[in-house]
Ligand binder design. Structure first.
Ligand SMILES: [Zn+2]
Length: 218
């Protein structure tokens, strides 16, 4: 029997809710970029907001289909880096040792909670411990999130300064067995670690309560 227009519509909506269909991108992306993409806000961010830098100084790169990467300034020998955002890249594959629902490129609502926790911990630390204000979180388009910090002090940090912030945010180092059990040591924990544990506890409790309410846990 032929499906009614409403049934087809419902089918399309359901398909979007379950996962994304790359075949739709060629139709949907032009609509998104002409109607919905916040280009004014985006350009303001690229020009560094209240103390604008010329947009023409920006290096823009593009990733095309099949991971073709275009970076025009590579061919310019006179290009010098004046400033760049402080960027953190969180990828769900970093959690493959501890997530049990998915592995590698696969992502679901359950393991996405790891990203929610990571964002919350890093965001609070960047604000409260380092005093950064201009923080933008961007979905990477696949299985991760990027954090861009655009404060003047962040954009002009040298490489050792960037590495020091990354070290400060790093509690454990990866390893086959190391990540499955974390010993936080004594009660004399650094305040940033105590804050992180409290964020994890709060979000975990929220997830547990929601699961109880929806009947996924008995
Ligand atoms: Zn999952």
């Amino acid at each position: 029997m032929a499906k009614s227009a409403n049934e087809i519509k419902r089918g399309i909506v359901k398909k979007h809710a379950v996962g994304h269909d790359e075949n739709l991108l060629s139709d949907m992306l032009p609509v998104y970029y002409t109607r919905y993409f916040p280009q004014n806000i985006f350009c303001r961010w690229l020009a560094c907001g209240n103390s604008p830098q010329p947009l023409s100084n920006r290096e823009l790169s593009f990733t095309l289909a099949d991971d073709v990467y275009i970076r025009p300034s590579i061919s310019r020998h006179d290009a010098v880096v004046l400033a760049r955002e402080l960027v953190f890249d969180i990828d769900l594959t970093d959690y493959d040792e501890v997530r049990t629902c998915c592995q590698e490129a696969k992502v679901c609502d359950k393991c996405w909670k790891f990203m929610v926790i990571a964002c919350d911990i890093i965001h609070k630390s960047l604000k409260d411990d380092f005093g950064f204000q201009n923080i933008l979180w961007v979905f990477s388009g696949r299985r991760g999130i990027h954090c861009w910090v655009s404060d003047y002090e962040a954009r002009t940090l040298d490489s050792p300064g960037r590495a020091a912030i990354a070290d400060y945010l790093c509690l454990i180092i990866g390893g086959d067995n190391q990540n499955k059990k974390v010993h936080l040591g004594s009660d004399n924990l650094h305040s940033s670690i105590r804050r992180a544990v409290s964020i994890i506890d709060n979000i975990s409790m929220m997830c547990y309560t929601r699961s109880r309410i929806s009947g996924n846990i008995t």
